[in-house]
Design a protein around this ligand. Structure first.
Ligand code: NDP
Length: 323
């Protein structure tokens, strides 16, 4: 017996700023969006405390509170927000085709359009002391949290473009920045390396790894291991920034959607269109460069507008065919 699957006009996968903004716009355009929140409802912002750089909040706002506000706003216009994890997709290659989506390995639904806003997950070192002090001085976003360490001594781990950019950003705000690089060279572009080496209060330590983050409730210091000599040294810092890369949450789309060599979804030109009709991508899942809540929200808005226009062309083609 064939099951009857629920048909959704606009399915949104993921509940960060991109997903909720897409939902607000899609709901207001009568696309009756349904959102599946994923494993971390609210996304990365729910793991931060104060958000000071989202426009419209002059006094700042808690990350989780901001996400609750976004959810309420999306629901006010009729978005159905459902707890659930999309575990498999069978995407149509045809314009006007119907995409099949499995939720929680059990329920299949059909979608005329899909907006993917599954985000990216910051990588951490995996040390128990690092995990314990997340939110207590350990952060994976210098632009979000650097301000709280104004005039203080901090450290950053990583040798790529992100680490280099964030290290120079922190050097502008903090007293001293120690950059820990596990190899004897930076992976960052030459231009970024130049900036790093020309920043006075930024010290680069090569062949250096974090052995342990020190402090009970908050970060008080760092024990550094020199992986060439085996020597260990302790330094005093109040903030530790991890900048060793992000992993986009795109596993379930592999083989169906175009991705770059690090797994980020590729969108066409200035749009949010993927390589398949009716499938759009917004937020960090397609952006490894800016990665801000506000830029994610902006692309969420774009994805809803792209979905609305796509549905309009599909419907007008159907009307012409029916005549
Ligand atoms: P990358 O993967 O380029 O760099 C990660 C860095 O972290 C490397 O130095 C790596 O070391 C180090 N690392 C990884 N794991 C560990 C670990 N467990 N312990 C210590 N160090 C570790 O990531 P980025 O986020 O820097 O950049 C991602 C992409 O985005 C790149 O293509 C980059 O060019 C781009 N980007 C561009 C920007 C710009 O143009 N303005 C800004 C930001 C990013 P190792 O080298 O030893 O592997």
């Amino acid at each position: 017996m064939s099951e009857t699957r629920e048909r959704i006009k606009c399915l949104i996968i993921g509940s960060g700023p991109a997903g909720y903004t897409a939902a607000i716009y899609a709901a207001r355009a009568d696309l009756h969006p349904v959102m599946y929140t994923g494993m971390e409802p609210g996304g990365q912002l729910t793991t931060t405390t104060e958000v000071d750089n989202f426009p419209g909040y002059p006094e700042g706002i808690d990350g989780p509170a901001l996400m609750i506000d976004l959810q309420k706003q999306a629901e006010r216009f009729g978005t159905q927000v459902r707890m659930g994890m999309v575990t498999e997709v069978q995407l149509s290659k045809e314009k006007g085709g119907i995409h099949q989506v499995c939720v929680d390995n059990s329920t299949w639904v059909e979608a005329e359009t899909i907006i993917i806003s599954t985000g990216a997950t910051a990588k951490y070192l995996g040390l128990p002391s690092e995990q314990r002090l997340r939110g207590g001085g350990v952060s994976a976003c210098a632009v979000c949290d650097g301000f709280f360490y104004k005039g203080q001594d901090v450290a950053i781990v990583g040798g790529g473009d992100t680490a280099a950019e964030e290290a120079t950003y922190l050097a502008n705000i903090c007293n001293k920045v120690t950059m820990l690089v596990r190899k004897d060279e930076l992976r960052a572009s030459k231009a970024m390396q130049h900036r790093v080496f020309n920043t006075k209060n930024l010290e680069v330590r090569f062949n250096s790894e974090v052995d342990e983050v020190l402090g009970e409730q908050v970060v008080e210091g760092l024990r550094i291991l020199n992986n060439q000599t085996g020597e260990k040294e302790e330094i005093n810092i109040t903030g530790l920034f991890i900048a060793i890369g992000h992993k986009p949450n795109t596993e379930i789309f592999k083989g169906q959607l175009d991705m770059d060599n690090t797994g980020y979804l590729i969108t066409k030109g200035k749009s949010t269109k993927t390589n398949l009709p009716g499938v759009f991508a917004s937020g960090d899942v397609q952006d490894k460069e800016y990665r801000q809540a506000i830029t994610a929200a902006g692309t969420g808005c774009m994805a809803a507008l792209d979905a609305e226009r796509y549905l309009a062309t599909v419907e007008s083609n159907e009307e012409v065919a029916a005549k």
